[in-house]
Design a protein around this ligand. Sequence first.
Ligand code: XMP
Length: 514
Amino acid sequence: TVVILDFGSQVSQLIARRAREANVYSELLPYDAAWSEIVKREPAAIILSGGPESTLGDDALDCDPQVYASGLPLLGICYGMQLLAKHLGGTLVPLDHREFGPAQLTVDRADSALFLGVPHESRVWMSHGDSVTQVPPGFTPLAHTGRCAIAAMGDDARRTYAVQFHPEVVHTEAGTAILENFLHTIAGIAASWRMDSWVDDAIAKVRAQVGDANVLCALSGGVDSAVAATLVARAIGKQLTCIYVDTGLMRKDESAGVVAAFRDVLHLNVVHVDAKARFLARLAGVEDPEEKRIRIGHEFIAIFEEESKKIPDVRFLVQGTLYPDVIESKTPDSKAGHKIKSHHNVGGLPERMALNLVEPLRALFKDEVREAGRVLGLPNAIVERQPFPGPGLAVRIIGKVNDATLATVRDADFIVTSEIDAAIAEGKLSPRPWQYFAVLTPVRSVGVMGDGRTYANLVGVRAITSEDGMTADWARLPHDLLERISTRIINEVPGVNRVAYDITSKPPATVEWE
Ligand code: XMP
């Protein structure tokens, strides 16, 4: 394992990803993790991340002093470089002007193990306000940029290296090579971390954790719960019961597909609860988006609890918690933001159920979950499923949710998804947008169909590109594809006479309209 101590840089997570891409297992810990916590990971090397603060103040963020004395290979990045300089006897000064953005790196010591195979000149990404002006005893300056005389330094004997730029971001051309040099050549860590062995290991751990108790899982159809459930089922078989609460708010044929995939293909034990009537009753007349979300969340929990009482000796609940949800950052800029909407998903089950959690995916990033799903043999339709909000189509109907509005949005959505999927299959659209769907609005407008006047609803079409759903841009869909979607919706979906394409990014909009 490589332990990355997180001093709060926006890109710390990327260091962990890059290490894993180099087949080295890595974990991000808060910068002030106790040495006893760090050694539990059996680290083969430690990386000190960047951070938004200055190391020059008296109360500068720092890690456990044992890190510096550990004798382990160390790599300091940006703030981490300055910390190493500060502790090991170098000199640091604040810059008059912060250096931010691209810079040209010149390697001065091509013989350094850190720069094996790195071109003499390459582009790097900088973001710093202080600079090392004199290296600590034992260190050699290894590279510079126009504005930073010591952009990298190293002490071969101590296997301690530092870079002022960010090798983890894609804008640093040789970043991957530099990180791999540190991990493989300097720290001597083999590229042996593989998803298939991780999966075997995870299965063994689940078995050890639950023993012979019964375990519950709330299936949503989403990738995370699907992979978590399948992995747990591999470990304990029929001791696992998956509850699929069918809210009636799913897309066309979706619930039947999810249940069939898990029962017939993956042979999981699935309870299909048809709760459509209950959800529709709860939602009757409700127009406020937040009120919809809250009611759906409460109803879901109530139903799940009722169902779980029917199963004897349940002591565990499976959750598809992922690594980004686990990472706790203690840095000052990580204050919780404003509440935009109450996200509901199967992870929101209450603690009062008094069940222990089984969270087999806690160590994985989203793309790794997909890979684990493939290793476990999940069908592509599940592994590549686009994110779908817990409250389902209810938040894609602006206004009242009932059988009629659900039928309309479902039919329109089916046209949007099947046309976009077809365009992808025919090679006319690439890459696949992150999400694409229809929204039913209560806006009505005048139209003419045949010889008659219409006064019917507006459907919004949304397709976005995104890395993580946190920010998004609208997808530049080909005009002929938009045309086909629009024509089909007007011709095939009763009650709709106008289609608009949403060309708003997030922010300022959100992905879902509610
Ligand atoms: P927003 O609309 O907040 O959506 O920009 C960001 C991403 O989250 C999905 N989403 C949800 N996922 N429960 C979920 O599990 C929810 O309540 C929920 N609301 C939105 C949305 O589809 C997008 O991918």
